[in-house]
Design a protein around this ligand. Structure first.
Ligand code: NAD
Ligand code: UDP
Ligand code: UDP
Length: 313
């Protein structure tokens, strides 16, 4: 029997999940990556595939999974609006049935389990910046409901397994994260703008571009997820993980045009339904409970991400 800790990463072939697998492997864990390749792909984990301490399993988390592990990072779920709205029923099933199965697995094995929740649980927030005790403003019947309500129900399940069965849980509320391995066609703003800028194609601003987001570089997020998993068991979360530097979408477009030296022009397109007008994390809790705050400046993170898309396009 191996003395190395066995860690399950669901959604491990996706953008965030693959960076998490890299970190766990570098830190000496045995990693079981479970993914159905709905939005993830093998290229993201190609450097790990031949490592004997890494195992890839094609599996859909809406079905039961019987494996023996010490820790579970539950990331499986499409994350970009165009992907999660493609098959909204499956999105809710992935969040809800996926959480039930992974919590059942954690309950049986005694594994510690972390949920990748989201700032979307706050919906279109009326409290700004968002603190963890803000209960949110989500439209349950709108186009984002499948994702937002699925993630909210998953949080409910995590806390009920914790109260009812003593399951050792962690809930991270992740704010917009970007970096290498974002899918070039997943429609998220950072990847869209960089791809458009590098091709000198019009930059598509939805609405007037005055809505705000706060962007966290992926290595900072991974540091936060690791810190949350490793911290003492009385820290269940929810804890916001994100970068509090807030900007408008128009400012982001201008920054990317400058950094790429692009000839692209800005064009306005209709704003999608229920698009949140502002979003910025209050990270006081992550600072005090985990000693975590993001370290990568937007300019540095964008430079790495632009470099990645230059190489892959
Ligand atoms: P992603 O789409 O790149 O990764 C999701 C992964 O889950 C993919 O590899 C996909 O194939 C897999 N997956 C989807 N449904 C599955 C199923 N039923 N069974 C097994 N695997 C399945 O997205 P990401 O940006 O890496 O997001 C990872 C997690 O972090 C998601 O849970 C997402 O909700 C959360 N999150 C991400 C962000 C962000 O900005 N990237 C923000 C908030 C929350
Ligand atoms: N489950 C799983 N792997 C396990 C244990 C359970 O996938 O190792 C699934 C199981 O199929 C069940 C769900 O997790 O549907 C919830 O399990 P729990 O023990 O909480 O509930 P029950 O089995 O009583 O429905
Ligand atoms: N957005 C945009 N142009 C694009 C893609 C997105 O203006 O080509 C906007 C989108 O309307 C939203 C913000 O950028 O206001 C962030 O969108 P994303 O899909 O990346 O994430 P989310 O809305 O889930 O925060």
């Amino acid at each position: 029997m191996s003395a190395r800790k066995k860690v399950l990463v669901t959604g491990g072939a996706g953008f965030v999940g693959s960076h998490l697998c890299d970190r766990l492997m570098a830190d000496g864990f045995d990693v079981l990556c479970v993914d159905n390749f709905y939005t993830g792909n093998r290229d993201n984990i190609i450097d790990l595939i031949d490592n004997p301490h890494f195992e890839m399993m094609r599996h859909d988390v809406t079905f039961p999974l019987y494996v023996e592990v010490d820790e579970i990072f539950n990331l499986a779920c499409p994350a970009s609006p165009i992907h999660y709205q493609l098959d909204p029923v499956q999105t809710t099933k992935t969040s809800v049935h996926g959480a039930i199965n992974m919590l059942g697995l954690a309950k049986r094995t005694g594994a510690k389990i972390l949920q990748a929740s989201t700032s979307e649980v706050y919906g279109d927030p009326e409290v700004h910046p968002q603190t963890e005790d803000y209960l949110g403003n989500v439209n349950p019947i709108g186009p984002r409901g499948c994702y937002d309500e699925g993630k909210r129900c998953a949080e409910t399940l995590f806390f009920d397994y914790h109260r009812q069965y003593g399951t050792n849980i962690r809930v991270a509320r992740i704010f917009n994260t970007y970096g290498p391995r974002m899918h070039p066609d997943d429609g998220r703003v950072v990847s869209n703008f960089i791809v458009q800028a590098l091709r000198d194609k019009p930059i598509t601003i939805y609405g007037d571009g005055s809505q705000t987001r706060s962007f966290c570089y992926v290595s900072d997020l991974i540091d936060g997820l690791m810190a949350l998993m490793e911290t003492s068991d009385d820290v269940t979360g929810p804890v916001n993980l994100g970068n509090p530097r807030e900007m408008t979408i128009r400012e982001l477009a201008e920054q990317i045009i400058t950094m790429t030296g692009s000839k692209s022009e800005l064009v306005e397109k209709p704003l999608p339904g229920d698009d949140p007008t502002q979003r910025c994390p209050d990270i006081s809790r992550a600072k005090s409970q985990l000693g975590w705050s993001p370290a990568v400046a937007l300019e540095d993170g964008l430079e790495k991400t632009i470099g990645y898309f230059k190489d892959t396009l």
